[in-house]
Write a protein that binds this ligand. Structure first.
Ligand code: DLL
Length: 436
């Protein structure tokens, strides 16, 4: 039978009940952390906060924040909340941006994490009838392991593909009639493109839904993927520090992601002052894990910028919704003094009828920033008529200037000449850092 929720009693619990659960858990969790994590105990002592000062979530603001800098300082075992012998797994980030996070899990932690992913799969229409193709990376990255575990819990037939080898992805997808696709949105777009190249139409595959996350993507990108694969595309959010994917997920409304509030307490803060902001204001997401044993982070600053929405959702879930992250405070480029988010560029490209295949290159020449965007022609637009190329480039430059308040140099390049990603896309090459 089609289930609407994986754990209905908690996913549709009354707000009073959710608060009751959170209050109960936070008291226990702060005690657990204070007793077991010396690093955080020191931070609490420095701030003069004792576990008995925390009576419920209304007191969370008294606790110190944890940041990526703390994670680096405490690496690898400094934030461990239990004996290593109780841990059964680690997962880690790729460390491409210079941060390597190693997160630890007990079996109970993995169980709760997989529940969160199972909720996301059921929200996307997943049942035991489904064939769920997981092409997030397996291994240290949390994407593969998380969705794999969730898919098992739902009872889907799970295809543990991992990322890459697109030829094989397509063969399994078609031969085994995959109905749910899990991967990064940029890889989903690439799979769509590859199917089209092989002469498949959207209705030729059996997919009905996709669960895409791990990197920012726009509404325009959603529509483009939905069209090319003939599916409904759902967003999923999470980070290694909080277990992985499944902290929040979209329902059929596709208007924000429900945060699993029985496991994560969420705050939005002003990234400059650390002040807690009221719902509806844009700020940095801060999570407190309410029941993790091995890696129990309290008030962890994600650097992701977004807005919370507590209006009731027609899907029946009562958990608060977060907007799509509108970039990270550390993803923002400052070019000639102007703040530029890659998502703004993606929005313009898709609105103007281009594909989401682009790369931003920023450099510095004679103390001035240079700003170039490489964009692929669509195969049907491709021309070698110089005047036509220049006209298209100028037109795109104008649209970019209107959106960004700063004009890039646009270079149209041949279809498929920008390297495709199988995991998180590399959208920005900032060469300025090499000189400074
Ligand atoms: O990306 C976990 C994940 C795997 C999420 C699969 C969803 C699906 P990290 O590698 O630690 O973990 O990267 C976490 O990725 O702080 C966000 O900046 C970004 N991110 C994750 N999901 C989304 C999303 C995984 N849906 C960082 N939209 C986070 C935008 C996202 N950004």
């Amino acid at each position: 039978m089609m289930k609407r929720y994986f754990q209905p009693e908690i996913e549709t619990a009354s707000r009073d009940r959710i608060l009751e659960i959170q209050n109960e858990k936070i008291v226990r969790q702060v005690r657990h952390v204070y007793d077991n994590v010396a690093y955080y105990r020191n931070l609490m002592d420095q701030k003069g906060v004792r576990p008995e000062d925390i009576h419920g979530v209304q007191d969370i603001h008294l606790l110190p924040f944890l940041s990526k800098a703390d994670l680096r300082e405490a690496y690898p075992y400094g934030l461990l909340g239990t004996d290593l012998k109780n841990c059964v797994r680690i997962q880690s980030t790729s460390g491409t941006t210079g941060r390597r996070v190693v997160a630890f899990y007990t079996q109970a932690d993995i169980d709760l994490w997989e529940d969160c992913c199972a909720r996301a799969i059921v929200a996307a229409g997943g049942t035991e009838e489904d064939v769920c193709q997981v092409c997030y990376g397996y291994g240290l990255f949390t994407g593969g392991a998380g969705l794999n575990g969730g898919s098992h819990k739902v009872g889907c037939l799970t295809l543990p593909m991992s990322s890459g080898n697109t030829e094989r992805q397509i063969q399994f997808m078609m031969d085994l009639k995959a109905t749910i696709l899990c991967c990064t949105p940029s890889y989903a777009a690439y799979i769509g493109e590859s199917l089209e190249e092989r002469g498949f139409k959207p209705e030729d595959n059996h997919l009905k839904a996709g669960i895409f996350g791990a990197e920012p993507w726009t509404e325009e990108m959603r529509q483009s993927i939905e069209k090319s694969l003939g599916i409904k595309a759902y967003d999923i959010y999470g980070l290694t520090e909080t277990s992985g994917p499944g902290v929040a997920f979209e329902c059929e409304e596709q208007k924000g992601m429900h945060i699993n509030e029985d496991h994560f307490y969420v705050e939005i803060i002003d990234p400059e002052t650390g002040e807690v902001l009221p719902d509806g204001e844009k700020g940095e997401l801060v999570f407190t894990s309410l029941d993790k044993e091995a890696f129990p982070l309290l008030r962890y600053r994600t650097r992701d910028i977004c807005v919370l929405n507590r209006t009731p959702c027609s899907c029946g879930r009562t958990h608060v919704r977060m907007s799509k992250p509108m970039g990270r405070s550390d993803d923002m480029l400052i070019i000639r003094g102007v703040n530029v988010f890659p998502s703004q560029i993606e929005t313009v490209l898709l609105k103007e009828g281009y594909t989401p295949n682009y790369q931003i290159v920023v450099d510095r020449e004679r103390h001035t920033d240079t700003f170039d965007i490489y964009v692929e022609f669509r195969p049907d637009q491709f021309t070698d008529l110089m005047s036509e190329i220049q006209r298209m480039e100028k037109s795109l430059e104008g649209a970019m200037r209107t959106m960004l308040g700063i004009g890039p140099k646009v270079h149209l390049v041949a279809p498929r000449s920008i390297t495709r990603s199988e995991g998180k896309a590399v959208r920005v090459v900032d060469r300025r850092k090499l000189h400074d």
